[in-house]
Design a protein around this ligand. Sequence first.
Ligand code: GLN
Length: 284
Amino acid sequence: MPDSIECLLKQTSAQLDAAGSNSPQLDSAVLLCHVLDKPRSYLLTWPEKQLDEAQLATFSTLLARRIAGEPIAYIVGEREFWSLPLKVSPSTLIPRPDTERLVELALEKIPAQACQVLDLGTGTGAIALAIASERADVAVTGIDLRLEAVALATENSHRLSITNSRFLAGSWYSPLEQQPQFAVIVSNPPYIDEADPHLIEGDVRFEPKSALVASDNGLADIRIISQDGRQYLLPGGWLLMEHGFEQGIAVRTILEQLGYAQVSTSQDYAGLDRVTMGCWLGDH
Ligand code: GLN
């Protein structure tokens, strides 16, 4: 049965493997489920099921895109983050599992009582929505420079019925009234150096450069966020930022020089430096 689920999976996994995908079986299963509009369990339950002509045509178009290197998340238009199914688009970064570490650490720093949290460079809204979904009493604001990202994050909040979040367009803090108002500020900003060879490999080739690359060895945006954050954090509030695995010392130095206290770096799930945080005690 050449067009059965089982045969197609076998065949296309081999093609994707040859094309250099590092998850060929998973890729073909995800694409097939997308075309069939069925969960993964369906593929195992109905291995002999045949695809009709229209399904086959769609599947081969999607497969060709994946073979050309396009990220699976852009092809199917969705990625799960913190168990939330999020719509993604090429105008935003694809949420990474390691960024869930930033969410975990931020949740530890959010005070027990109702307060406000800010997510800078929110993209799909992943971090903001994860926090808002865990803490119904916290009002979360997400900001992104790109209007498409703001629209997408807003759409994600509606699809997930997360009502304690709002999304604004602008550069970093610019859409906000300038006063201390946040208990926690989080950000996964662009932090990759322009010359980093990993920018021409794999999924990142298809992601917006503006979400990945920063000048000053990748530290320019981290510096702005840290510097200006002092005007928006309540006394005792925390700033937490994701960064590259080799940037821990540099980010700690930035925060310490700006007067943040209790500066420390935490590791991602691979044990690499990934999130640095500091506490703003207020002007003194
Ligand atoms: N962690 C991502 C990567 O290495 C980059 C995310 C970012 O620049 N904020 O591909």
